[in-house]
Design a protein around this ligand. Structure first.
Ligand code: NCD
Length: 306
């Protein structure tokens, strides 16, 4: 049993805790395949407080909560809440806290999940706070890698694209810094990982290389290639500059190892054309499915039932 209350940042997790979550995710997957619905969170209310758009994160959290036996309430945009009437964020959260056993929150400003955790007594799970972090996505990414490769240690992993604004890339880098991996950080200069992430990687003695071009030498070396769309909603200027670069095509991967896997948190734009779906590398829809099991594990851990 690990003691985790809020899930706010992957920086708060050590290797043992991450491996524990992955082990529980695997158990959840196995139990769901046998029983469909479990009763581990029976009588509990999980609230989805989504102030920002979401498809996979919200629906997989809802699916996870239902499969754990919990009931789910929530909203999927601020438009339908009293935020529209000028209610403060803190008051909205304090109110949600009266109804909830666990609060899952997504909002456009960095640090908002932490602010919520400061005023809520229920555990708060960060489902994406602006361009800061998206820790539960990183956990399902690790779970996918572990399922596909049987290990995380020893792998060579490329993170490619908008490393500056994509919160999934920050959380994944923090999480991977606990493992013995070689990281290629592939981006144009103006979309590099932020200094905070780089400082963390250095402090953890992570093995990484920052490169701007994905060449055959790197491709041959990769076990995992993780790509993401350019986050237009964070910077229109960067989007216009970066649009069209780093498009992953079957032709680009000609020299790749047979067992390379390509991951993407989705939604995708031009960086991952649908022609990639028919290659043996594609694992992003399986990755989306794995979100259910990783999130079941996290809901169970914060509720102290796993
Ligand atoms: C990501 C997000 O919202 O940060 N999507 C997701 O949660 N599956 C990535 C993105 O929107 O590009």
């Amino acid at each position: 049993m690990v003691e985790l209350y809020d899930i706010l940042s992957c920086k708060d997790f050590d290797k043992e805790e991450l491996l524990y979550v992955l082990k529980k995710a695997s158990e959840m997957e196995c139990m769901v395949s046998k029983k469909g619905k479990l009763n581990l969170l029976e009588g509990k209310i999980v609230t989805m407080a989504f102030f920002e758009p979401s498809t996979r994160t919200r629906l997989s959290f809802e699916t996870a909560a239902h499969r754990m036996g919990a009931d789910v309430v929530g909203f999927s945009s601020a438009e339908s809440t009293s935020v529209k009437k000028g209610e403060s964020f803190e008051d909205t959260i304090k109110t949600i806290d009266q109804y909830s056993d666990t609060i899952v929150i997504r909002r456009a400003d960095a640090g908002s999940a932490k602010r919520a955790a400061e005023v809520a007594s229920a555990p708060v799970i960060n489902a994406g706070d602006g361009s800061n972090e998206h820790p539960t996505q990183a956990m399902l990414d690790l779970y996918t890698i572990m399922k596909e490769k049987g290990t995380i240690d020893g792998l060579t992993i490329g993170l490619i694209g908008d490393l500056k604004h994509a919160r999934v890339m920050h959380s994944l880098a923090y999480a991977l810094s606990n493992f013995n991996v070689k990281l290629y950080l592939l981006s144009p200069d103006f979309l590099k990982q932020p200094p905070e992430v780089m400082d963390h990687l250095k402090a953890k003695n992570a093995r990484f290389e920052e490169v701007s071009a994905l060449n055959d030498e790197i491709i041959k070396d990769l076990d995992v290639l993780y790509t993401v769309r350019v986050q237009r909603e964070r910077s229109e200027e960067d989007y216009l500059k970066a649009r069209g670069s780093y498009i992953i095509t079957p032709n680009l991967l000609k020299k790749a190892r047979n067992d390379l896997i390509v991951l993407h948190p989705l939604p995708r734009r031009e960086e991952l054309p649908p022609e990639m779906d028919d290659t043996p590398y594609a694992r992003y829809f399986e990755q989306a499915r794995n979100g259910i099991y990783a999130r079941m594990a996290l809901l169970g851990v914060v509720a102290r039932v796993l």
